[in-house]
Ligand binder design. Structure first.
Ligand SMILES: Nc1ncnc2c1ncn2[C@@H]1O[C@H](COP(=O)(O)OP(=O)(O)OP(=O)(O)O)[C@@H](O)[C@H]1O
Length: 305
């Protein structure tokens, strides 16, 4: 079982619409679920993992409805974002408990194998309260993997990891994706998703905003209108020279800031135009800085597109 399908899925909590009419399909390999904080990623993962019922729409695995379907739960592993664990247990006991919960025929062997997959055998006998953040993350992984699920869902798995732990986890997820498992992880960091995911789904404000490989998502992000703040020796002259070109969609003189705010619709053309126009008109450029590079503004553009 490997293909997760969401059909017109919404989920609300009282008046808050956390997920708004999302339809998407996630197949084998590594998929990144990208979106700013509060976009609805955890809610989506909880619905895919069978922890939460959709308010409307259906979430299925190879056609079988996930919610309250024990048969399907056997094929899914979830690594939640929250930190809380049973700290007084050893790593081994924690993983073993999940093996027993799944009714595995050889729970002890399964727990040991899962701990070895995440390279945690060496600390398996220690209590979780003595673990670092990265070790906790790995034990959560082992627990999610103990029944060898075909689908692995991870909520912000790289949060709080150091670079070495990050690389190790990326390697492990890559391997699982290459083995033909369906691996989906959420993140609010584009670079993280780009490095690992062969496919990206973008969620913003509960809505499905974009879908594609990292090149397509990058292109969507760089093709959007860019806003720049420009300071020069003659902002007025620069403004009148720039506005004549179709790559410039809007200009605003900010007298207080003593700067020019430029909206560029053709990113590549504008970056060549600006220095040329300045040179031809004898204007000196003191500062050119993007004024809307926050991830949030990139995301809002994608939603509006
Ligand atoms: N149990 C709940 N009760 C009320 N509101 C909720 C509940 N769970 C989520 N929400 C709301 O739904 C929206 C989406 O939350 P969600 O946790 O799914 O987003 P997220 O993309 O995972 O964000 P983050 O990365 O910050 O966890 C938010 O506005 C959140 O406050």
């Amino acid at each position: 079982m490997t293909t997760l399908t969401l059909d017109n899925v919404s989920r609300w909590f009282g008046n808050v619409v956390a997920v708004n009419d999302v339809s998407l399909t996630v197949g084998p390999g590594v998929t990144g679920l990208l979106g700013p904080n509060g976009a609805g990623k955890s809610t989506l993962i909880n619905m895919m993992g069978g922890f939460l019922a959709p308010s409307t729409g259906t979430v299925t695995l190879d056609g079988a409805v996930i919610w309250r379907n024990e048969q399907v739960y056997r094929h899914i592993g979830v690594v939640p974002e929250r930190e809380a664990m049973y700290d007084f247990l050893t790593g081994y006991d924690f993983v073993l408990a999940n093996a027993e919960l799944h009714g595995l025929p050889h729970p002890a062997a399964a727990a040991r194998a899962a701990l070895s997959t995440v390279e945690m055998e060496y600390a398996a006998g220690r209590r979780i309260e003595t673990y670092s953040k990265g070790m906790r993350q790995r034990v959560k992984m082992a627990s999610a993997l103990v029944h060898e699920p075909a689908v692995l869902l991870l909520d912000e798995p790289f949060n709080g990891m150091d670079p070495r732990q990050r690389l190790q986890l990326m390697e492990l997820l890559r391997r699982m994706g290459a083995d033909g498992r369906t691996v989906l992880f959420s993140s609010h960091i584009l670079e993280e998703v780009e490095q690992l995911a062969h496919h990206i789904e973008v969620i913003v404000a509960g809505r499905h905003a974009a879908s594609g490989d990292f090149r397509e998502i990058r292109r969507l992000m760089t093709d959007r209108p860019h806003r720049y703040l420009v300071r020069s020796s003659d902002d007025r002259a620069l403004a009148s020279a720039l506005i004549a070109d179709p790559s410039t969609a809007g200009l605003e003189l900010d007298l207080g800031e003593r700067a020019l705010l430029v909206q560029a619709v053709d990113f590549a053309r504008f970056t060549q135009l600006l220095p040329r126009v300045a040179r031809e008109n004898g204007i000196r450029l003191y500062e050119v800085s993007p004024s809307d590079e926050s991830l949030e503004s990139v995301f809002s553009y994608l939603v509006a597109a």
